[in-house]
Design a protein around this ligand. Structure first.
Ligand code: GLC
Length: 574
């Protein structure tokens, strides 16, 4: 599931770049809405932003972020251009997996605040025109959840069948060979009732039995609880894994071992079973009653799997995340071109992410240690201008980097604890948001739960707001452009210059206008030229909207020079 790579710190390239923004022209068109084709749903035009609540802003000085902290940063988010925040789990939890082990779905963990604080945040977010998406951890609970406590109490308890209990094959031998994503067998023996329970993730995350209609009803009611409190949708955690083969067939074993030392395995009988789709259709119906959106943590490995998640009649997940896009771990025009084509070919509305709380930050994955800031802008120039909805990860807009633990005793993430040193876990990408140059990057008055990297001195909100060439300013300009340029919201996607190994180019066409995007994915200057007559645009003149290269003389589309890793965007009219 997780990309377990870890990265060391990066050196910084301090090169100055030119940022040219022609927003005044764009603002004039702000009112143009789609009059042809299908009108967009709110989530198609929105920019989503993932907040890891432990690490965003600490309002009460305990070193851990909280809901009031998020509330205090709504102006920042609004100003940045964010329309919806997805808050990673903030429910009561023993924190075995930092909130992904929920012990009560209908409350807030005291470390993050109270339901009253949540209500205040929801109201304030509404005032800011920012929607809230909750994380729905529907595959498993904590063993401290009252359902599991009852389930484990006896073989005949009311909730026994809410989880997956089975006899071992023989004394000391688990029911089958399934492996946990967190290491070791996926079965835990409980001497109290003499049976094993199934946990795809940690021992502290028993899987719910979605074949039990009582589980389904209780979980659907959880979504209603939050919809009634103003939530606009859910990010569905680990949704691939909702069902298991009831006959518990062994999974095929593959050659080699994974980073946690377990045999590689094809999760044929416990991953993406067809029943998942039946369930999603039902969950979608409940969402529809509340004009809500479902976002999927969908780890697909081909277009057919991704396509299936939209539903045959667009009746499953509106926004399945395309993690195949994240398998491109280098700045490569041809690799991204083919992944974009893959997403486009599903016929669905693409959802692009370049990092999250489970994978090393994009700054490290794509940075070359010399042009890291340029590359951060380049990546933004891509995923914020493609046809689809982007989901940002907090701090990405600053060029935040991973800060991986260097000693085992500092590791907090259970994956890092199990896999050290090959697998250092996910702490590195979950460090505190970098607000300013003061102690702890302005995140907290106390020692934060994870340490900030030294780069917070340069890569923080306050400093970057002062610097017209910062990564943050680039994001702000680009997000404003996206909001006001009709072709960027509504236009189709047409790949250009597809044989170019260095520059990824495409045009977003909408009515009589189009935006051309050219992204130099190489460390050398590239000369490029566009002829858009085949795409219905004969003009060779273009209005530059934004570039990190030197200004293009005369805006000639047939003669553009792009500096290393530069972004160029221009508008053309018919
Ligand atoms: C998802 C979450 C991850 C968590 C796992 C178990 O993959 O994104 O952080 O560890 O589910 O809930």
């Amino acid at each position: 599931m997780e990309d377990g790579h870890t990265m060391s710190g990066n050196s910084r390239a301090g090169a100055l770049i030119t940022l040219l923004v022609c927003l005044s022209v764009s603002f004039a068109q702000a009112q143009v809405r789609p009059a042809e084709g299908q009108a967009h749903q709110w989530w198609q035009d929105a920019v989503f932003y993932e907040i890891y609540p432990r690490s965003f802003a600490d309002s009460n000085g305990d070193g851990i972020g909280d809901l009031n902290g998020i509330d205090s940063k709504l102006d920042y988010l609004k100003d940045l251009g964010v329309d919806a925040i997805w808050i990673s789990p903030c429910y009561p939890s023993p924190q075995v997996d930092f909130g992904y082990d929920v012990s009560d779905y209908e409350d807030i963990d005291p470390m993050y605040g109270t339901l009253k604080d949540f209500q205040r945040l929801a109201n304030d977010a509404k005032q800011h025109d920012i929607r809230i998406i909750m994380d729905f951890v529907l595959n498993h609970t904590s063993p401290q959840h009252k359902w599991f406590l009852d389930s484990a109490s006896s073989r005949t308890s009311a909730h026994r069948d809410w989880y997956i209990w089975r006899d071992g094959k023989a004394p000391g031998v688990p029911p089958n060979n399934w492996i946990s994503g967190f290491g070791g067998s996926a079965w835990q023996f409980d001497p109290r009732t003499g049976q094993y329970y199934y946990h795809y993730f940690a021992v502290g995350q028993p899987d719910l039995n979605w074949r039990n209609p009582a589980v389904e009803k209780a979980m659907f009611d959880v979504t209603r609880f939050w919809y009634e409190r103003g939530v606009s949708g859910f990010r569905l955690d680990a949704v691939d894994l909702l069902f298991e083969d009831p006959n518990l067939h062994d999974n095929p074993v593959l050659p080699g071992k994974n980073d946690l030392g377990d045999p590689n395995m094809e999760n044929k009988y416990n991953d993406k079973l067809p029943e998942v789709h039946t369930e999603l259709k039902k969950l979608r119906k409940v969402a529809e009653e509340h004009d809500a959106v479902l976002i999927g943590e969908t780890y697909t490995s081909n277009r057919e799997e991704l396509k299936e998640y939209y539903g045959d009649h667009n009746d499953e997940i509106q926004m399945p995340m395309d993690f195949m896009f994240c398998t491109v771990n280098k700045v490569s025009a041809s690799d991204f071109r083919s992944q974009i084509a893959n997403a486009e070919s599903t016929g669905g509305w693409p959802v692009y992410v370049i990092s999250n709380h489970d994978m090393p930050r994009s700054y490290d994955r794509y940075g070359d240690k010399q042009h890291n800031d340029q590359i951060a802008k380049l990546m933004a120039g891509m995923y914020l201008t493609l046809r689809g909805t982007p989901i940002m990860y907090y701090g990405e807009e600053l060029g935040m980097e991973n800060n991986d633990p260097v000693r085992k005793e500092d590791v907090k993430d259970p994956i890092g604890v199990a896999g050290w040193p090959e697998e250092k876990g996910r702490d590195g990408e979950r460090t505190p948001m970098q607000w300013n140059t003061s102690a702890n990057a302005g995140f907290s008055a106390a020692k934060p739960w994870l340490p900030v990297p030294a780069s917070y001195k340069t890569h923080n909100v306050a400093s970057e707001l002062e610097d017209p060439n910062s990564v943050l300013q680039f994001y702000r300009h680009l997000l404003a452009l996206r909001r006001h340029e009709p072709a960027l919201l509504n236009g189709d996607y047409v790949a250009l210059n597809q044989d170019d190994p260095n520059v990824l180019s495409y045009v977003r066409r909408y009515k009589n206008e189009a935006v051309v995007v050219a992204l130099n994915m190489s460390a050398t200057v590239q000369q490029i030229s566009f002829n858009l007559s085949g795409e219905g645009f004969s003009a060779s003149q273009a209005t530059t909207l934004l570039t990190t290269s030197s200004p293009q003389p005369g805006g000639r589309l047939d003669h553009i020079a792009l500096e290393p890793f530069a972004v160029y965007m221009a508008r053309v009219s018919r």
